[in-house]
Design a protein around this ligand. Structure first.
Ligand code: ADP
Ligand code: ZN
Length: 751
């Protein structure tokens, strides 16, 4: 390493001492300094993992800075030695480290937590490290030998001669020999065995899909040209692609990614939940071959590690993945696509609370890349940015092949109730539509955003509902498993025979879920082939993929499911989408409930009529005049935007103010309440010039969760800087464990 230096200047590596600033993957805001000596001091680089003593344990930390000198204010005798430098080549590239710093700063979260989130699970913690998967291979050595061989040994040689190098296991089987035969051949110097890393490939199972390339429409061509022109300049720019469902956005993403590759750069595409679109992932493989790396939540650790390694080594230059893929160590990034940019799943729901869409924008800025946000229903923030000129707006107002948009109609459940003098799950209109659709040999999708059988259990004698012991919610009845379940903490109990409160047996099930809808449809239409897709069935990835494949192949007539059905799928034979109820979504106490409902209906309507036959959508509701429903039925995005923006402005919600939410939580109600009042006091102290508006504390809409009580405070301000000053000052001065306060900057919901 020091070979060119003068001998007299040559340092004894044992004398090298360097000081590493280390971020640890815990919810602590400071970084720690450790000493690295000898060879480790020479080899250490920022972005490498290091095992360090912390309190009484040893943790995997990440070096974020290195120095030959001790920083001011620190005393050398108090500094501990790092236990072990794990990597000589950093796992976190300089670009990713810088991006992580930005995330930690913007979202006010610990840097170590961000780096942990940025690395695949098998890498972030060095002690439970995933290793490459190895296998033994045997090959023939190129030697002319007169050695005497046994019959078995000769079989091995001839097998290898005709097959080339073989897996040890296959060779043993093919030549029908024992392992010792191979060992003796190795000793004679006739064969060699070695290990080889095998790639764990998440797309290895071939479902027999192929990708088709289309001739672009005029509208697609014009959009693509604008993106490509921008990419030629190799500077940062952001586009918002507002294209109605079925307008061919995906084709544009593919072409733009291809363009990035042709320019020698790499490309990234973020999607909300890739596991739900196996067809799409495999289409990518068909298009980009082995250059694609894929990241999503249902990959196994080993698969994820291998994909990450392929990106890190530059073998894979197209990255497709969910949220955390935004941190993939791709080099020379030219393009980032964020599909369905409005989706709330881009937001991480635990610390670090980052939004991958916004991180994508910043990453593109830092790496001079083009970023394309795409959606049929852009988030209010993004469309607002486009109107202000921060993003360039591109539009695809029509569906491919001039296919008409599905016609959407509201079914007023109040009149259905009046007609039958009792509540009905299905209106006559929806039942009739399902029957007709089936008769025509077409398919339907029935959507209800509530899984399980019944949403709660009520005693008709005493009025008691069965609550989760840990959360402020009722338990949901799951009939197939014969249990009642909490959808928040997964607490499970057997179905009670009598009311736990009064002991009487007038147990009554209220509110239907997807499981019940599926069963009702099977009873009502015995000939209808019905399947269900929700989080209960998707737990098993293969089963889920099979259901989608069967639906696609026409082996299923009707698919019942939760909102996960609303996204991204392309089933040309679906001509009916029925929404059993949207009312629960509209009633959520959140400033985004109208926006979410509008998006859901527009997206689900986009699943109908994607083939040659027109589609229709029926939406059952008790609020037929709600503006979100009206505009969704009229397919009028801008009409909705204008109305929603007025509401946000009048009530001071984003994008007109910066918003932060502080959730104080803990097992003891009195303590949580007093802590939250204390926090309020410190916020007020920091806000004496009244540049922020502070609301609360109030019990959070979900006031108890997983055994913890929750109180919420909100900060609003026209100035993001003021907002952060107040939040930071209060968090610093208040004497509460930071672990019992969730501080969220730009929360996507305040539930
Ligand atoms: P979006 O993502 O905007 O909802 P898609 O990209 O899924 O729309 O396109 C809808 C359908 O149209 C898909 O089946 C796709 O393969 C097809 N498609 C896209 N572009 C073209 C084209 N130029 N010509 C013909 N079909 C196309
Ligand atoms: Zn619970």
């Amino acid at each position: 390493m020091q070979s060119v230096a003068e001998p007299s200047l040559k340092k004894d590596p044992h004398e090298v001492v360097r000081y590493a600033e280390v971020a640890v993957p815990l919810h602590v805001f400071q970084t720690f300094t450790y000493r690295l000596t000898g060879e480790q001091g020479v080899q250490a680089q920022a972005g490498a993992r290091v095992l360090v003593p912390l309190g009484r344990s040893v943790v995997t930390g990440y070096i974020v800075n290195l120095s030959d000198e001790i920083s001011e204010g620190l005393d050398d005798v108090e500094i501990k030695d790092a236990q072990e430098l794990v990597d000589s080549a950093p796992v976190c590239t300089p670009e990713i480290l810088e991006l992580a710093r930005w995330v930690a700063e913007y979202y006010a979260c610990p840097l170590g937590e961000v780096i942990r989130a940025a690395l695949p699970p098998g890498v972030s913690k060095a002690t439970s490290q995933v290793k490459p998967k190895l296998r033994r291979v045997v090959r023939l050595l190129d030697v002319d030998s007169e050695q005497k061989l046994t019959e078995a040994q000769r079989r091995v040689i001839t097998t290898l001669e005709s097959n080339g190098p073989m897996l040890l296991q296959s060779l043993i089987a093919a030549a029908s020999v024992s392992p010792s035969t191979i060992t003796s051949l190795e000793k004679k110097g006739l064969v060699e065995t070695y290990t080889e890393a095998v790639r764990r490939d998440p797309l290895s199972e071939d479902l027999g899909l192929k990708s088709e390339e289309h001739v672009l429409t005029t509208a697609q061509t014009s959009v693509l040209e604008q993106i490509e022109q921008q990419m030629n300049s190799e500077t940062y720019a952001a586009f918002l692609l507002h294209g109605v469902t079925g307008s061919g956005k995906t084709e544009i993403y593919m072409r733009a990614m291809d363009k990035a590759l042709k320019r020698g750069r790499s490309a990234m595409m973020l999607v909300p939940e890739i596991a739900l679109t196996p067809v799409f992932s495999r289409g990518l493989r068909a298009r980009f071959g082995d250059q694609v790396a894929i990241f999503h939540s249902s990959l196994q650790k080993g698969e994820r590690f291998d994909e990450w390694t392929r990106v890190r080594n530059g073998v894979a230059r197209v990255v497709i993945g969910t949220r955390s893929a935004v941190f993939a160590p791709v080099q020379n990034l030219g393009l980032i696509v964020v599909d369905e940019e409005h989706e709330s799943s881009y937001r991480q729901q635990e610390s670090p609370y980052y939004n991958a869409r916004d991180v994508a924008i910043v990453r593109a800025q830092k790496e001079s890349a083009t970023v394309v946000l795409g959606s049929a229903t852009p988030s209010l923030e993004s469309f607002h940015n486009a109107r202000k000129g921060k993003y360039q707006l591109l539009t695809l107002p029509e569906r491919i092949a001039a296919r008409p948009m599905a016609t959407a109609r509201i079914v007023d459940m109040r009149t259905v109730f009046a007609r039958h003098a009792k509540p009905r799950v299905f209106s006559d209109e929806l039942l009739e539509a399902i029957r007709e659709t089936h008769e025509r040999g077409e398919q339907s999708i029935i959507l209800l955003n509530r899984r399980g059988y019944s949403s709660f259990i009520l005693c008709r004698s005493c009025g008691e509902t069965i609550q989760c012991p840990n959360c402020d919610v009722t338990l949901t009845y799951h009939r197939s498993e014969r249990v009642i379940v909490c959808h928040y903490c997964n607490h499970r109990e057997p179905v009670p025979r009598v009311c736990p409160a009064c002991g009487k047996k007038y147990i009554y099930y209220v509110g239907e879920g997807t499981e019940q809808i599926e069963e009702m449809l099977k009873l009502l239409f015995p000939a209808l082939r019905v399947a269900r897709i929700d989080r209960d069935t998707t737990a098993r990835r293969k089963v889920f993929e099979q259901s989608l494949a069967d639906f696609s192949a026409g082996k299923i007539d009707t698919l019942v499911g939760t909102q996960m059905l609303a996204k991204g799928h392309d089933f040309p034979n679906v001509t009916l989408v029925g929404v059993v109820s949207v009312d629960a979504g509209l009633a959520l106490p959140d400033f985004r409930s109208a926006e979410r409902t509008f998006q859901l209906i527009t997206q689900v309507a986009g699943r109908a009529g994607r083939g040659d036959r027109p589609g229709r959508v029926l939406i059952q509701t008790y609020h037929p005049y709600h503006y979100a429903l009206r505009h969704a039925c009229a397919q009028d995005y801008e009409g909705f935007f204008d109305e929603e923006v007025r509401y946000r402005q009048n009530h001071s919600y984003p994008p007109f103010v910066a918003l932060a939410s502080l959730l104080v939580h803990g097992p003891d109600l009195g303590r949580v309440r007093s802590d939250s009042l204390e926090l309020r006091k410190h916020l007020d102290l920091a806000n004496q010039d009244r540049k922020c508006r502070i609301l609360g504390p109030a019990p959070a809409p979900l006031s108890r969760l997983k055994g913890e009580h929750r109180f919420q405070l909100l900060i609003k301000s026209r100035s993001r800087k003021n907002l952060r000053e107040v939040a930071d000052a209060a968090m610093k001065s208040v004497d509460i464990n930071p672990r019992s306060i969730n501080l969220e900057i730009d929360p996507v919901s305040i539930m």
